[in-house]
Design a protein around this ligand. Structure first.
Ligand code: ATP
Ligand code: MG
Ligand code: MG
Length: 363
C-alpha cells in the first residue's frame, strides 16, 4: 500500500522505516514548508500535497496539530476523523472529554481571559500547574503556582493568563506511567505493558519498560481507559495516554495527564524491547494486519536532548541501541534516544543515573 504521513520529524521518519519494513511505500509531508518528501531525505519532491494524497491509499500523521487544508485534502484517506481528535489538541477540551467519559484527571479549572485567570488563580488553594490550552509540549507554556507564596499575580497574569488555559492541581504523584497501544481499523485493541516515565524540566528524560513492579490492577485500569477513549474517538492507530500514579499498592490510582493520538516518545523502547515496535503496530493497525502477543524484555530508553552527538562509547556498546535524528542541537530539543538492554531495575536505574545527565542539555 501507499502511505502518506503528515509530518516529517523523527516520529514521521520512524513511522516511515516501519512502513517500508512491512513492504509498503511511504511519503511524508513537511507540514512547515508544505512540501512532500521521500522517507529519509529532506529533499522536496516535485509533487503537490494533493497529488501525494491522490497517490496514497492511507494518510496518517506524526503529530495531531493538523493543518485544516491537509485535513480537507486527505479527508477520504484518514482512518480517524480529525474532528474527533481536536479536543486532544486543546487542554480545556481534553480535560472535559475525560470528565465526560468519567476518566479521572487532576482537578482543574478553565480560563479564557486574563480577568478569568485572575479570578481563578485568586480563588485557588494549594499548588497548581498552569497550562496554556494549546501549543505546549516538552513542558513549554506551563507555569507553577503556589497559593502559599502567591507572588506577583499581575505578572503571572501577563504570562500564564495571556492566552486561554487551565489551572490544574499539582499532583504529588508516586510516579508517572504511560500506556501505549493501538486500535486496528476493525476495532481490535492491543496495549503494551505500562511503562514508567521520568521527566526532567518537564521533558521526558527516560522510560523504564518491561518491569513488573507496578501494582497489577493499574494495567487493567490503563487498558480500560485506553479502550474507552479510542472507541469513543473511533481512533485507528497507535495512541498513548500519560498518567500520574497516586497512592501505593492496592489503593494506587491513575489520573490521566494527557492523551497523544499518535506514536509517542514513551513508546520508543519498543524498537528494541519487544517484537512489534509502536511504529510497526501503528502501520499494522492502519492496514488491518494481524497483531501478535507482545514478548517484552526489560529496556531503558534515555532521550538525547540538546547535545551535539551521542558519545562514541555508546555506539561501541553492544547493550545500547542509539538513534540519532539528524537535527540541529538546541538546549531542550530532543535530538535522539538510546535503548539499553537491561537485566533488572537496579541496573536500569544505575544506567539512567549515569546517562541521563550526560545525554541531556535541558536549558
Ligand atoms: P509532552 O511533551 O509530554 O506533551 P507537555 O508539555 O504537554 O509534555 P505535560 O505532560 O502536561 O506537558 O507536563 C509535563 C510534565 O510536567 C509532566 O509529565 C509532569 O512531570 C509535570 N506535570 C504536569 N502537570 C502536572 C501536575 N498537574 N502535577 C504534577 N506534575 C505535573
Ligand atoms: Mg503534551
Ligand atoms: Mg506530557
Amino acid at each position: 500500500m501507499n502511505i502518506l504521513i503528515l509530518g516529517n520529524g523523527q516520529l514521521g521518519q520512524m513511522l516511515a522505516q516501519a512502513t517500508i519494513r512491512l513492504g509498503h511505500a511511504c511519503l511524508l509531508v513537511n507540514t512547515r514548508t508544505n512540501q512532500v518528501m521521500p522517507a529519509g531525505a529532506h529533499v522536496p519532491m516535485q509533487l503537490s500535497i494533493a497529488e501525494a494524497v491522490d497517490w496514497a491509499d492511507i494518510v496518517s500523521w506524526e503529530h495531531e496539530q493538523l493543518d485544516p487544508e491537509h485535513v480537507q485534502l486527505a479527508a477520504d484517506k484518514l482512518l480517524t476523523d480529525p474532528a474527533k481528535i481536536l479536543p486532544l489538541t486543546h487542554r480545556q477540551l481534553e480535560k472535559q472529554l475525560c470528565d465526560d467519559l468519567d476518566i479521572a484527571t487532576a482537578p482543574w479549572v478553565a480560563f479564557d481571559t486574563q480577568e478569568q485567570f485572575q479570578t481563578a488563580v485568586t480563588q485557588w488553594q494549594g499548588k497548581a500547574v498552569i497550562k496554556a490550552a494549546s501549543g505546549g509540549y516538552d513542558g513549554k507554556s506551563q507555569w507553577r503556582y503556589n497559593s502559599d507564596e502567591p507572588g506577583d499575580l499581575v505578572a503571572l497574569g501577563d504570562t500564564a493568563g495571556r492566552q486561554p488555559g487551565i489551572i490544574e492541581a499539582m499532583i504529588p504523584f508516586q510516579c508517572e506511567v504511560s500506556i501505549v497501544g493501538a486500535r486496528a481499523a476493525d476495532g481490535r485493541i492491543q496495549c503494551y505493558p505500562l511503562v514508567e516515565n521520568v521527566h526532567r524540566n518537564g521533558i521526558l528524560s527516560h522510560t523504564f519498560a518491561g518491569f513488573n513492579n507496578l501494582p497489577a490492577h493499574l494495567q487493567q485500569k490503563a487498558e480500560h481507559a485506553f479502550r474507552k477513549i479510542t472507541e469513543h474517538l473511533g481512533y485507528v492507530g497507535t495512541l498513548a495516554i500519560e498518567f500520574f500514579v497516586v497512592g501505593a499498592g492496592d489503593s494506587a490510582e491513575l489520573l490521566v495527564n494527557e492523551i497523544a493520538p499518535r506514536v509517542h516518545n514513551s513508546g520508543h523502547w519498543s524498537m528494541q524491547g519487544t517484537n512489534i515496535s509502536q511504529f510497526a503496530l501503528h502501520i499494522r493497525a492502519l492496514t488491518n494486519m494481524p497483531f501478535a502477543p507482545f514478548i517484552t524484555q526489560p529496556t531503558l530508553m534515555v532521550n538525547a536532548i540538546g547535545i551535539a552527538q551521542i558519545p562514541d562509547s555508546l555506539w561501541q556498546d553492544g547493550e545500547a541501541a542509539p538513534f540519532w535524528y539528524g537535527k540541529e542541537a538546541r538546549p531542550g530539543r530532543k535530538v535522539g534516544h538510546v535503548n539499553f538492554h537491561v537485566n533488572d531495575r537496579a541496573g536500569a536505574e544505575a544506567l539512567a543515573a549515569q546517562w541521563a545527565p550526560e545525554l541531556q542539555i535541558l536549558s
